[in-house]
Design a protein around this ligand. Structure first.
Ligand SMILES: [Zn+2]
Length: 239
């Protein structure tokens, strides 16, 4: 006789980068098991892979590749909230060097937000006011990050590759050129034709990319120092 099948609830979750609503179901024991094994390994690559797999299984999504890193981070936390609860218990080290005691902290996932870039950072960068020339940038997708050789990330070449991949449009007073319709070579040539001051302004777009973020204060249980902490990026929630 066939055993009964469990009914799985469905939820709607907003994608941070676009506001689109996605259907989600909580993860099941079999999926949680894979996740726990990855977390116990403390291997960032294994954790990233497990996080992506569980998102792919539980969200109605064609592909993860177009999503930004902060999309993935938020989708995962929302999934975690609906699967095992909004409350996450983590350990944070006291900032006092001689102390360093681990303090238990409770994080409510509902209070986690996406950090905003500091200052007046906008995705539209005007390069030449007189001619009205500028670029509109987009945050790198998982696919783009995967394409760039990690060893090149800090080099000029790596930064160039990243910028070229993250141009959304180039515009002047009369036209808007969608980067999708231009060759990588033409885009690279456009970036290379910028002055060093203009290039710096484009580069600045990547300096403070959004991430899941949670601010908290706690008093150390051992030395009573008041610690102010910002958890930023998904990895900081896995401790
Ligand atoms: Zn302490």
């Amino acid at each position: 006789m066939a055993l009964p099948k469990m009914n799985v609830p469905r939820y709607k979750v907003k994608l941070p980068s676009t506001g689109a609503e996605l259907n989600m179901r909580p993860y099941l024991v079999k999926e949680e098991k894979v996740l726990m094994i990855a977390l116990e390994s403390n291997d960032p690559e294994q954790i990233t892979q497990a996080v992506r797999n569980v998102i792919t299984s539980c969200y109605e999504l064609d592909t993860l590749e177009d999503l930004t890193v902060f999309d993935i981070e938020m989708l995962f936390l929302q999934l975690r909230a609906k699967s095992v609860g909004e409350e996450m218990n983590i350990q944070i080290k006291c900032k006092t060097e001689e102390c360093g005691t681990m303090n238990p902290i409770s994080v409510n996932i509902d209070d986690v937000s996406i950090s905003k870039p500091k200052g007046e950072m906008s995705d539209t960068i005007i390069l030449d006011k007189k001619q009205g020339v500028g670029v509109k940038m987009k945050y790198p997708s998982v696919d783009v990050i995967g394409k760039i050789d990690p060893e090149k990330f800090d080099s000029v070449e790596g930064i160039m590759d990243l910028i070229v991949e993250c141009i959304d449009t180039i515009f002047d007073e009369d036209n808007v050129f969608d980067a999708k319709n231009e060759t990588k070579k033409d885009l690279a040539e456009f970036i290379e034709s910028l002055s060093s001051e203009q290039f710096k302004r484009v580069q600045a777009f990547f300096q403070d990319t959004p991430a899941v973020s949670y601010y908290t204060e706690f008093t150390c249980t051992k030395c009573s120092t008041v610690n102010e902490v910002e958890l930023k990026g998904l990895n900081s929630f896995f401790s």
